[in-house]
Design a protein around this ligand. Structure first.
Ligand code: ATR
Length: 271
């Protein structure tokens, strides 16, 4: 039996084992997707352990994505640009680090036919999740980007590093920008608890009626609930989660996974 698993801390509530195992079983691949809870002190050992026979690779999640980028033998270009790895692929004795959050983020937007190059995007947050969003949007030719963050210095650093967009705080100067936003992305860590929001919820009323509000967490957040109430299109992170997993699956097994089956399994497991 082959093995693949999720490295993070904690990992217990992850949906990945559910939809990955569904895909493995549907294709008759003799492999198990396991949970590999890994405190930071054990990370190096865990990554080295991937070289054991029968291990195909791993997903990596909080808090290890940046650290693993330093521990693999080789980085895919997009993982290097993001500075974080969410997928490790075992190639012989070598470990390749990739970042499938990049295509995963784009998948639901493509599905809905959004003209990515022409979108005016406002990104809330400037951490690791935001970096994957920026790399994804840049690759689509998107140039109209505002990065708003509680700590504006971090947003300014991203603007300088990627040479795109302009930086703001989460303060009222954002209001005018929202009026000219086609896609608002929440890449802050606020909202998954169902309570917090990075910006006052009534600000969403500034968005044009056609605007999308995309929250990278796969739970219903106050931001999404309000967007929907106000008649905007709300998009949670569940499709992104499954899409990044499907891309990881392709890299590990070089087979096309049954996406719809995986998404349905994830939806049922979340409910
Ligand atoms: P991740 O890898 O998930 O992006 P991160 O790198 O810790 O995690 O980034 C968290 C993001 O959420 C940051 O943009 C952070 O803002 P700061 O850069 O100012 O820290 C944002 N964030 C976290 N808590 C927040 C809060 N209470 N209010 C506003 N933004 C917050």
């Amino acid at each position: 039996t082959l093995r693949v698993g999720l490295i993070g801390f904690p990992v217990e509530h992850s949906l990945s084992p559910v939809f990955q195992q569904v895909a493995l079983d549907a294709l008759g691949i003799p492999a198990r997707y396991e949970l590999w809870p890994t405190p930071p002190a054990e990370l190096q050992q865990r990554i080295a352990g991937l070289r054991a026979p029968g291990t195909v690779g791993a997903n990596v999640t909080v808090p290890h994505k940046e650290a693993v980028a330093q521990l693999v033998d080789e980085l895919a270009p997009r993982a290097r640009r993001v500075g974080a790895v969410n997928t490790v692929i075992v190639r012989g004795q070598r470990l390749l680090g990739d970042n499938t959050d990049v295509p995963g983020f784009l998948f639901p937007l493509r599905e809905r036919g959004l003209p990515l190059a022409d979108l005016r995007v406002t990104l809330l947050g400037a951490g690791g999740a935001a970096r994957a969003v920026i790399v994804a949007l840049l690759d689509q030719g998107c140039r109209h980007l505002t990065i708003a963050n509680r700590t504006p210095e971090r947003a300014r650093q991203l603007v300088a590093e990627f040479g795109i967009g302009h930086a703001l705080t989460l303060g009222p100067e954002l209001l005018t920008v929202l009026g000219e936003t086609d896609l608002l992305v929440n890449a802050t860590s606020l909202g998954w608890d169902g309570r917090a929001s990075p910006i006052p919820l009534d600000w969403l009323g500034q968005l044009p009626p056609h605007a999308f509000v995309y929250d990278l967490t796969y739970r219903e957040t106050p931001l999404l609930a309000t967007a929907r109430q106000l008649g905007r299109t709300a998009l949670d992170g569940l499709e992104m989660l499954v899409a990044q997993g499907a891309e990881s699956f392709r890299l590990w097994f070089e087979r096309e996974p049954p996406f719809d089956l995986m998404l349905r399994a994830a939806q049922e497991a979340r409910a």
